[in-house]
Design a protein around this ligand. Sequence first.
Ligand code: ATP
Length: 354
Amino acid sequence: MTPQIEISHVEKHYGAFHALKDIDLTIPKGSFVALVGPSGCGKSTLLRSIAGLESITSGDLRIAGERMNEMPPRKRDVAMVFQSYALYPHMNVLGNLTYSLRFKGVAKADAREKANRVASTIGLEKLLDRYPRELSGGQRQRVAMGRAIIREPKAFLFDEPLSNLDAALRVHMRMEVRALHDRLGATSVYVTHDQIEAMTMADHVVVMRDGRIEQQGSPLTLYDTPANRFVAGFIGSPAMNFVDGHGSEDGHSVRLDALPGAPVLPLDRRVEPGRPVVAGLRPEHLFSGGETQFSVPIRVVESTGSIAYYTTDTDPELMLVEQGRGKLRSGDSAALSIAPGDIHLFDPMTGLAL
Ligand code: ATP
């Protein structure tokens, strides 16, 4: 597949602050890529660098094969969609949609026809006469997207576009954005701090921390084979549990020293006997239905009806989840087991997956 955006060895310094460190990322045409990571990790800086709103200090940035390093934003042929919508308040929806075309000198009738087409693509046909203040949050977000679509850009760049919407609408809009991307055959780069949004929308997820890419890959690759403890803890909800332990004498199991009774769990690979490790146990893997391997007391129960969350009375605390209303109460003991293939191991010093 042709790369639509190619980022190689990109560095960004804001004065003494090193905001992007050796970023390499190839975005194929037609793909949906999410940039995700905690606040301040550099995801907006990377997106804004693609848009040309920030200059890069070194490295190369190409869009559709053309080097963009010094290209001004308006010549890059990309469209940004922000959470703040950035609609013109004094223009109705039609005016907002056609503004960029009119600015480029497209004839009024042609611009109008195009706006009608875009409006019907995103379900705004009946709202063309409304002003932004007369629209709901979701409708405004749709106008913002319509305004990007009408320009037929080489890529859509989304900067947390859904974070102002309430939870239910956010879930709905994330499907809409993804469906729209597919319908248009667009190339999209989507910044979010919400790993669930990233996992559900994107083909390719890029996890960033402190200006660096920690790991990139398909959502399930990141979930199944996190490269390090940071990615393991960031991807997945509720977050992975981490427990200190060490390799058993024969190297075929791990002893979890930090849990009551120091349970020994079989592995599907070998680990150096006696080697200190951090075991990563996902909450959803701890009731595997196998023979009980260890028991832990429950301290807190939180149930939504469809799923029960348990916090254990151990140090470290474990988070467990069970489908359904949940059978356990505070003070009960949870009988746990985990499949050998579901146990993740990390080096305690480097955090790298073993
Ligand atoms: P958030 O989710 O909070 O928006 P982010 O991952 O998008 O975070 P960026 O906005 O890319 O983070 O910022 C990355 C780092 O660069 C932050 O530590 C920020 O303080 C710093 N930074 C951003 N813009 C500037 C600037 N103009 N001058 C100096 N430092 C900046």
